[in-house]
Design a protein around this ligand. Structure first.
Ligand SMILES: Nc1ncnc2c1ncn2[C@@H]1O[C@H](COP(=O)(O)OP(=O)(O)OP(=O)(O)O)[C@@H](O)[C@H]1O
Ligand SMILES: [Mg+2]
Length: 392
């Protein structure tokens, strides 16, 4: 049991989904599908009968493009997850239905088990109970297992202790995990993430080019051009010297770009320069490590030596190196802050999708050892069983 499990990694930008039985090898892509966390509602009065936005999200912005499907008329696009919290359950059900039945091939009456990863500290107990209830009552699943994204991400790197930095869309989150246990007091977040980078670039690129661009164009631009300078000094000189150039997008659009792409990267390290009254990413990492409830200094040292940068924003050029350099300035010389490297036997996209890969690995064990919530458990104890029976 466990290999037919559907693995769902929930995010505010996209949901990563796949089966635990698919093969995982360094030569191939990860066996997952990335669906934008977007639902199209054609008539707002029929909310709950919305269509899932079906295009693949990788490399895209607002998936589905800007064209309405022929004959269906006006529509609104809703994002049912905001900052890790499900805020529109009707739309979420539509997405789950699309992913489980249409993408993963579930058959009515023969539904399988499901592992759901979520950002435990953003979501609430009620959210977990509702997810459990919907999965059993509306999706007729045979079993549910929920797990925290930070813990799963570390697991995908073969680690049980470390500091996980998630560069997502809603915000950037940092949490420490010690011996496989999420350290709740260590969880910190920055007020911004991929969405704010795009917003910043939208305004800057519009000023430079004198016209507006589609969400897809902006997302492509961000993915191609955003970068982080090696130091605050290097950032200042880039701002002075970087010349405007032209960048071609996959759809043939040519856009003039300049220093705004290093500025977007610098937001993580000098947020006050961009109007954010919050700590920098490295200060947040340091605070997170210092807030773990573990008194053991050796463990704190181990956490600084095992910093995992994950989420789709983790692939921004220069980011890992700058985090490591800045952390080395912040911690005493006896510490050796280091960024965890992708295990060489894992596909290259693992850093972007490490929570999903961690779920893939954990599902086999969790379901075969009966750590999940079974239909019997649910019928006996109701949705609150989720707080007792899953290992968050
Ligand atoms: N190559 C890239 N360079 C920079 N940013 C990228 C790249 N690829 C994706 N992104 C950005 O990463 C963000 C999505 O990251 P991710 O999929 O980890 O978020 P999520 O899990 O859906 O959201 P969250 O964890 O915040 O709920 C988007 O803002 C996207 O534009
Ligand atoms: Mg995420």
């Amino acid at each position: 049991m466990g290999d037919r499990t559907a693995i769902l990694d929930h995010g505010s930008w996209s949901i990563k989904a796949g089966h635990a039985h698919s093969p995982l090898s360094v030569e191939s892509d990860l066996p997952l599908l990335v669906t934008p966390t977007r639902v199209r509602v054609y008539d707002v009065s029929t909310k709950g009968k919305a269509d899932a936005v079906m295009e693949e999200a990788e490399g895209g912005g607002m998936a589905g493009g800007e064209e309405a499907e022929e004959g269906k008329g006006e529509y609104a696009e809703l994002g049912p997850i905001q900052d890790g919290v499900i805020c529109d359950w009707d739309s979420m059900e539509v997405l789950w239905h699309y992913i489980l039945y249409e993408q993963l091939g579930w058959e009515k009456g023969e539904e399988e088990t499901v592992l759901i990863s979520e950002r435990v500290l953003s979501s609430s107990k009620l959210q977990r109970e509702l997810m459990t209830q919907i999965m059993f009552e509306k999706f007729n699943t045979k079993g549910v297992y929920m797990a925290d994204q930070a813990r799963l991400s570390l697991g995908s790197y073969g680690k049980v202790s470390g500091c996980v930095v998630d560069i997502g869309h809603g915000k950037m989150g940092v949490s420490c995990v010690v011996d496989g246990q999420l350290q709740q007091p260590s969880s910190e977040s920055l007020l911004f993430g991929g969405e704010e980078f795009t917003q910043f670039l939208r305004e800057a690129v519009q000023r430079r080019n004198g016209r507006q661009y589609t969400e897809k164009n902006l997302a492509d631009l961000k993915h191609d051009c955003m970068e982080v300078c090696s130091s605050a000094q290097a950032y200042l000189s880039e701002c002075e010297s970087r010349e405007e150039r032209e960048h071609d997008l996959p759809d043939g659009t040519t856009i003039k770009v300049g220093k705004e792409f290093v500025q977007a990267g610098e937001m993580c390290f000098q947020p006050h320069r961009f109007g954010y009254k919050c700590m920098s990413l490295v200060d947040v990492i340091q605070t997170s490590i210092s807030h773990t409830s573990i008194a053991d200094l050796n463990m704190k040292r181990l956490l600084t030596e095992s910093v995992l940068i994950t989420g789709c924003g983790s692939v921004v050029k220069g980011l890992e190196q700058r985090v490591q350099t800045e952390l080395r300035k912040l911690f005493p010389p006896s510490y050796n802050p280091s960024i965890l490297r992708r295990p060489e036997y894992m596909p290259v996209t693992v850093p972007m999708h490490s929570a999903w890969v961690g779920g893939f690995i954990e599902a086999k064990l969790a379901f075969s050892q009966n750590q999940h919530i079974t239909k019997y458990d649910y019928d006996e104890y109701g949705p609150s069983i989720v707080h007792r029976k899953t290992f968050l």
